[in-house]
Design a binder for this molecule. Structure first.
Ligand code: ADP
Ligand code: MG
Length: 713
């Protein structure tokens, strides 16, 4: 008996056709089978799931030679044929009053023929030698020479869209070097009729009726053997809907599970706590900050675990919001953790928080992978016995031996650097399997709406709008490499006024392409443009204590200019640093440039950003133009989406969620909304999908692992 490996046939093993191995198909050669396997296709079921990329019109496949042969055999001559040809010559022919004739000689690889157009003088103006045209009409001969009179015609475009003219639709499959689309098509055509009846649907007829969609078996048929393009689209729509539905179901199931079976500590929030925190903060919160703090408080004063995303542009003041949330935990004798993507950022958060909490009873500690041996042991002990109230750290917090005494809230900063799964890993040592901390995820990269509804669909979103008062937007200029001298002179002027600056360089090491490393660039600045100034260096390969020393020197104003890699991309907050020079700016992504630029203009002094680059690709130029044009992070995220396309979007890759095969966002936003509504209804009615074992199996197969649905379902 064959084992059931694919959920398409999970419910029963009587799937003779679907389970057939590709190697057992009648036409299959061994070489071909290998090529199929390379495409990930092993069984007939896989073959059916390999959907056409597009469709081509079947043009009759007629060559001039074949047409000639056909014409000899009267019975076999079709009324109409289609031939693709190249024009050799256009003769104006004759014209008498309103009557006219144009003669055109055409050829293909097999022969030549003549085309006559009567009474259509304009055709002569539209046609010219070397033009490729598709002719559709009836064949005849004149003095033994093949010809067509008054055929329908159209120009064949270089990149012709697949729906150019009507006719039989031919599916075009993603092929490979060793496997052509037509071989794939033939094999699918061989098996499809046997296999289609074996495809079960996980939706009921009633649901399909409400959705006005075909059942799965019909949908696959429509995709592989469409009669019209509309039919192919209808089939694809159903399959795309399923992809979106499965992801929505997974995300909602998780959300439901989290909210209904898990619980988190109920914390307190009142005027007294508010004013105690307020007394420690050297500025007044903006209305928007206050509002998101209330939203967070609304969540964590209940036992339903919070799962909230806090988005706010670079410099909008997320840290102080996070601090409020952490102090709500500490006030209730519970612990809070703040996790950052880099050591540098963790160190800085630690510094900010300890400064704000100076002379209080709150115990704050820093845990990064730099901490080792005895010191680490002691700290881990203090985390687990509750001595430490607030723990700031990196991934190092996620190690198994870090167990909290009583963690109430876990915050991650700039979470696109962490996988989605890592969110709720921080745990207390309690035996209560259902106890988890509230989680808050902070990001400066706004998540486009489409994604916030898919991968991040289980998150509630709070947004800090606007900036703290007194900020002047950073002025950004694009400068050709020849203009670098002027840029550094400008920096020197600022240094004279007591301000500081950053110089960002893309790589640490010398490369063949001639990019200079941070180290050599710093050296050349010391002896060149910035002679007499103190130039420091930070990069990702430095030991953290070395880096920390340099950073505190810079913070203290003992270093004038910091030459750095993108380690300073996130979060570094030094208000006196007002200018940033980015070398080889075309090498950075748009979001990255926006993050980097966010390091200046953080105080009341105006910020300046000079992008030194000589962009050689359109994409690079578009990125640089976008960053010069606007400082609005939401606009930049939109532009990023336009330039890069949805495939590379924020979080999509890191999430590990398999890309959709048919659905595409943001194009299929409407379909997504539909899938979302269906999923919400289903989960509300049947949160564990017990109504359909088939649907559940398919969901687990698609997203069980990446969404961590194991303990949910
Ligand atoms: P981000 O959202 O990028 O993490 P930060 O939390 O680092 O931003 O805040 C940026 C700077 O703005 C910090 O120096 C912080 O102290 C300051 N800040 C935050 N909120 C306010 C406010 N309401 N008024 C004045 N300064 C503020
Ligand atoms: Mg920050």
């Amino acid at each position: 008996m064959v084992s059931c490996t694919s959920p398409v046939m999970q419910d029963t093993c009587e799937k003779k056709h679907l389970l057939t191995l590709i190697t057992d198909l009648p036409r299959m050669t061994q070489m071909q089978a290998i090529a199929f396997h390379e495409l990930g296709l092993y069984r007939v079921a896989d073959l059916l799931k390999h959907l056409p990329m597009r469709y081509e019109t079947h043009h009759g496949g007629m060559t001039i030679e074949a047409a000639e042969t056909l014409l000899g055999d009267r019975d076999a001559t079709p009324e109409l044929v289609t031939i693709e040809t190249t024009i050799i010559k256009v003769n104006p022919g004759w014209r008498r009053g309103r009557k006219s004739k144009i003669e055109v000689a055409v050829e293909d690889e097999t022969g030549r023929m003549r085309i006559n157009w009567f009474n259509q003088p304009w055709v002569a103006r539209a046609l010219h030698p070397d033009m490729r045209i598709r002719l559709h009409g009836s064949l005849s001969t004149h003095k033994g020479f093949l010809q067509m009179n008054n055929p329908r015609w159209e120009e064949i475009e270089e990149d012709e869209p697949s729906h150019a003219i009507e006719g039989d639709l031919r599916p075009v499959y993603r092929a490979s070097e060793h496997l052509s689309s037509s071989v794939i098509a033939k094999n699918i055509a061989d098996v499809i009729d046997g296999a289609l009846p074996e495809i079960d649907d996980h939706l009921t007829n009633e649901m399909l009726h409400d959705l006005a969609m075909p059942n799965l078996s019909d949908a696959y048929k429509m995709c592989h053997k469409p009669e019209t393009l509309d039919q192919a689209k209808e089939g694809q729509r159903r399959i795309g809907y399923d992809e979106l539905l499965l992801l929505q179901l997974g995300v909602m199931m998780k959300r439901h599970h989290r909210r209904d079976t898990m619980h988190a500590p109920k914390l307190a929030w009142n005027e007294q706590i508010k004013s105690r925190i307020k007394a420690r903060i050297p500025f007044t919160l903006t209305d928007s900050q206050q509002q998101v703090i209330e939203e967070i408080a609304g969540d964590i004063t209940t036992t339903t675990p919070m799962n909230r995303l806090l988005q706010g542009d670079v410099g909008s003041g997320k840290t102080v919001v996070a601090l409020h949330a952490m102090l709500m935990a500490v006030t209730c004798n519970a612990q809070a953790a703040l996790m950052a993507p880099t050591e540098l950022l963790a160190e800085q958060h630690f510094k900010t928080i300890t400064t704000l909490l100076k002379n209080s009873n709150v115990k704050v500690a820093l845990l990064t992978s730099s901490l080792t041996g005895k010191e680490r042991k002691v700290l881990i002990q203090q985390i687990s016995d509750g001595t430490i109230d607030i723990i700031v750290g990196t991934h190092a917090l996620l190690t198994n031996d870090v167990i909290f005494s009583n963690i109430a809230i876990a915050i991650t900063d700039e979470q696109h650097r962490f996988g989605v799964q890592q969110r709720a890993l921080l745990r207390s040592k309690s035996d209560d399997e259902q106890a988890i901390p509230h989680t808050l995820v902070m990001t400066a990269t706004p998540i486009p709406r489409t994604l916030s509804l898919t991968i991040f669909g289980d998150l509630d979103v709070s947004t800090i709008k606007g900036m703290p008062p007194g900020r002047t937007p950073v002025t950004t200029r694009l400068v050709q490499p020849e203009g670098a001298k002027k840029v550094y002179e400008y920096l020197l002027d600022l240094l004279e006024k007591g301000q500081q600056g950053y110089v960002v360089v893309p790589l640490v090491e010398e490369t063949e392409s001639g990019l200079t490393s941070v180290l050599s660039h710093a050296e050349s600045l010391r002896t060149g443009y910035l002679r007499g100034k103190t130039v420091g260096v930070v990069h990702g390969r430095m030991k953290s204590d070395e880096r920390e020393t340099t950073m505190s020197q810079f913070r203290a104003g003992n270093i004038d200019v910091l030459v750095a890699t993108t380690v300073i991309e996130v979060g570094v907050d030094i208000a006196n640093a007002t200018m940033m020079i980015i070398e080889h700016a075309d090498r950075f992504g748009l979001a990255q440039l926006h993050q980097l630029r966010g390091r200046v203009g953080r105080g009341t002094l105006p910020g300046v950003c000079a992008l030194i680059a000589n962009p050689t690709t359109d994409d690079a130029l578009h990125r640089l133009e976008a960053i010069v044009d606007t400082t609005d992070g939401f606009r930049i995220a939109e532009r990023d989406l336009e330039i890069r396309g949805p495939g590379e979007l924020f979080g999509a890759k890191q999430s590990g969620i398999a890309p959709f095969k048919v659905a595409s966002l943001p194009r299929d936003f409407d379909l997504l909304r539909l899938a979302r509504r269906s999923a919400a209804k289903w989960i509300e009615r049947d949160p564990t999908l017990s109504e359909s074992t088939l649907l559940k199996a398919r969901l687990m197969h698609a997203h069980g692992e990446t969404l961590g649905l194991g303990d949910v379902a």
